[in-house]
Design a protein around this ligand. Structure first.
Ligand code: GLN
Length: 537
C-alpha cells in the first residue's frame, strides 16, 4: 500500500502532550493491524540532542542503533512497542549540515541554495526515507515546537508540499492545541486555538483533526464552536482532558473514535479489531491504589523530572508488575554534599542513582551509594550509578578516598573507572561514546542472571568510561561479582555486591527497554528487594 503520513503540529503552547498523543495514535493504528512507526522533527539547530543540557531538553533517549534522540521517541517506543531507528529523529542542524555539505561538493551545479526548494526537499527526503528503511505503512510525523516559531516554517512548508506531492488521502494533519481555563468565569477558551489554526492555514495547512487538550472537561458547545471556526468535522474535534494516568491516553482516543476516523480518512480498512484487554487491565491496575514503596532517585537534574523520563516510567512499569506504587523521592546529589536531603535518602526503601556526566554532585551520589552499601538498602545504579558504586567499593577496599573514575580525577592513584586504551585521545564531545545495543553475557548464579532468566541479553549504552579491567580481580576478591560481561570478555556490563540484599549496577541503560506491559527484569528485581525492605511481602 502507499505509505500514509499523519502529521502532528502543536498550537497555543508547548508541552501539552503532542508526543504522547502521537504515540497513542500510533498504538490505535497498530491495534488495527498496521505496521506503524513514528518520527520526530526537531526544528532547533543542534545536530542532535546528545550534547544538550537535560535542563533544556529533558532526557536524551537512546535507540538500538545508538542514535541519541528526543525523549518523545521514548513515548513512541513505549506506546507503539516497536524499535525505532536513527531515521526517526532529525533536526534543522542535520538538514542544513547535509545541504551545505552537498553544496560544497558541487552537487548543486552552481545553483543558488534556498530554503525552498533545497532545504524543504531535504526535509521531505528524510520524511519519506522512514517508510523505505523501516517498511512502515503508516508514518506518524511530529514537528517539535509550536506553530508560529520561526524555525519550524521550513518544516511546515515541507508538510504542505507533501499533500500535493502524494495526495490528500495519503496525508493527514492533526493539530494539538490547548484550551486555557479562566478561573473567574470557570470556562474554557477556544480563541487561542482559533488563532493557531488561522496561523496554520496561512501557511497552507488546513488541519483534518484537532486534539484539544485541557485541564477541565469540554462541553459539546465548545466542540461545535471549534468545528465551526476551525473548519473541521465535529467528530474530528477530540477533547482530551488531562489524565493523571499517561497510559490511559490511547483508551481515551479510542473511545473518541480517533482510530476509525483516521482509517476512514486514509481510505483504509482495519485488518483486525483492536484488542485493548491487556492495556485496559494495566490502566485499571494503575488507577487502583497499591501499597507504597519509596525510592530515592539521586540525580543532578532532579528539578526537571523529564530529565529522567524513562527511569521514572521503568519504575512505574515494574511497580505495576509487583503491585506497588512507587513514590519517587527526588534528591539533588549536590544537596547531599551539603548535608541536605538526607531525610529522603534515609526514609527511602531503595536508592537509585541514574546516568550522568560531569563532576557536579558526584560526591553526593557517592555518599548515597556508600549509605546504601553500609545500611544494606537496595541500590540500583544505571551507568554512572554503576561506576560510582564501583568507586565507593574501591574506596572501601583500598581505604583511600582518592579512588575515582578518571572522568572526575585524571590523576587518581586508583582509576577503577577509566577510558579503554583504544579510546584515549578522543576529544570531541558529540557522538564519541559507546552508543546503542551491545550484548552482555550473564554469569550463572548471580542476581542479574536470576532476574533475566536468559544467558545473553542486548542492552542500550551511552557512555565513554568503563570498569578498569586491571581491578577486576581485586574487586572480585573483596565481594563484588561481575555478573554481566561482554561476550568477548573485554567489558564489564553488570556488577553486584555479594554481601548485600541488592546492590547492583549496569554499565548500560536498562530503562530504555522497559515497556508498560513488559517491565525490565532488573527494575523488577530491584523493586522486589525494595518491597522486601519496606516490609511488604
Ligand atoms: N559519564 C559516564 C561515562 O561517560 C557515565 C555516562 C552515563 O551515565 N550515561 O561513562
Amino acid at each position: 500500500m502507499t505509505t500514509k503520513y499523519i502529521f502532528f503540529t502543536g498550537g497555543v503552547v508547548s508541552s501539552v502532550g503532542k508526543g504522547v498523543t502521537a504515540a497513542a495514535i500510533g498504538r490505535l493504528l497498530k491495534e488495527r493491524g498496521f505496521n506503524v512507526t513514528a518520527q520526530k522533527l526537531d526544528p532547533y539547530i543542534n545536530v542532535d540532542p546528545g550534547t544538550m543540557s537535560p535542563y533544556q531538553h529533558g532526557e536524551v533517549y537512546v535507540l538500538d542503533d545508538g542514535a541519541e534522540t528526543d525523549l518523545d521517541l521514548g513515548h513512541y517506543e513505549r506506546f507503539i512497542d516497536s524499535s525505532l531507528s536513527r531515521v526517526c529523529n532529525f533536526t534543522s542542524g542535520q538538514v542544513y549540515a547535509e545541504v551545505i555539505a552537498k553544496e560544497r561538493r558541487g552537487d548543486y551545479l552552481g545553483g543558488t541554495i534556498q530554503v525552498i526548494p533545497h532545504i524543504t526537499n531535504e526535509i521531505k527526503r528524510r520524511i519519506t526515507q522512514v517508510s523505505k528503511s523501516t517498511g512502515a505503512e503508516i508514518v506518524l510525523v511530529e514537528i517539535g515546537g509550536t506553530v508560529g516559531d520561526i524555525e519550524s516554517l521550513p518544516f511546515l512548508e515541507s508538510l504542505r508540499q507533501m499533500r500535493s506531492d502524494i495526495g490528500r488521502e495519503n496525508t493527514i494533519y492533526i493539530h494539538v492545541t490547548w484550551l486555557p481555563h479562566i478561573g473567574a468565569t470557570d470556562e474554557l477558551k477556544t480563541k487561542p486555538t482559533q488563532h493557531s489554526v488561522a496561523e496554520l492555514r496561512s501557511i497552507g495547512i488546513a488541519p483534518d483533526m484537532i486534539v484539544a487538550r485541557s485541564d477541565f472537561p469540554m462541553g459539546e458547545d465548545l466542540r461545535d464552536k471549534i468545528a465551526l471556526f476551525c473548519d473541521v468535522e465535529k467528530k474530528a474535534v477530540i477533547p482530551m482532558v488531562t489524565t493523571p494516568i499517561l497510559y490511559e491516553v490511547p483508551l481515551v482516543l479510542e473511545r473518541a473514535g480517533v482510530g476509525d476516523y483516521l482509517l476512514k480518512r486514509a481510505g483504509l480498512e482495519a485488518r483486525r479489531q483492536p484488542d485493548w484487554t491487556d492495556w485496559e487491565a494495566m490502566v485499571q491496575k494503575v488507577s487502583h491504589p497499591h501499597p507504597q514503596v519509596k525510592v530515592a532517585l539521586v540525580g543532578k537534574y532532579v528539578e526537571l523530572h523529564d530529565a529522567y523520563m524513562s527511569v521514572r516510567e521503568a519504575l512505574k512499569h515494574a511497580g505495576l508488575a509487583l503491585d506497588v506504587d512507587v513514590d519517587i523521592l527526588w534528591v539533588h546529589s549536590s544537596d547531599l554534599e551539603k548535608g541536605r536531603g538526607w531525610e529522603d535518602v534515609k526514609t527511602a526503601d531503595g536508592i537509585l542513582v541514574p546516568g550522568g556526566f560531569g563532576s557536579r554532585g558526584i560526591e553526593g551520589k557517592l555518599q548515597a551509594a556508600h549509605y546504601a552499601r553500609e545500611n544494606k538498602v537496595p541500590y540500583f545504579g544505571l551507568c554512572l550509578g554503576m561506576q560510582l558504586m564501583v568507586v565507593d567499593f574501591a574506596r572501601m577496599i583500598f581505604k583511600n578516598e582518592s579512588a575515582n573514575s578518571t572522568e572526575f580525577d585524571r590523576s587518581t592513584p586508583y582509576p577503577v573507572i577509566d577510558l579503554m586504551p583504544d579510546q584515549l585521545g578522543v576529544v570531541d564531545m558529540g557522538g564519541t561514546m559507546r552508543l546503542g545495543l551491545y550484548p552482555c553475557e550473564l554469569q550463572p548464579g548471580t542476581i542479574a542472571a536470576e532476574a533475566y532468566q536468559q544467558p545473553l541479553v542486548q542492552e542500550r549504552h551511552r557512555h565513554r568510561f568503563e570498569l578498569n579491567n586491571a581491578y577486576r580481580d581485586t574487586l572480585q576478591q573483596n565481594g563484588m561479582r561481575l555478573s554481566g560481561i561482554s561476550p568477548d570478555g573485554r567489558l564489564v556490563e553488570i556488577a553486584e555486591l555479594v554481601d548485600h540484599p541488592f546492590m547492583l549496577g549496569t554499565q548500560f541503560h536498562p530503562e530504555f527497554l522497559s515497556r508498560p506491559n513488559r517491565p525490565h527484569p532488573l527494575f523488577v528485581a530491584f523493586l522486589r528487594a525494595v518491597k522486601q525492605k519496606a516490609g511488604l511481602n
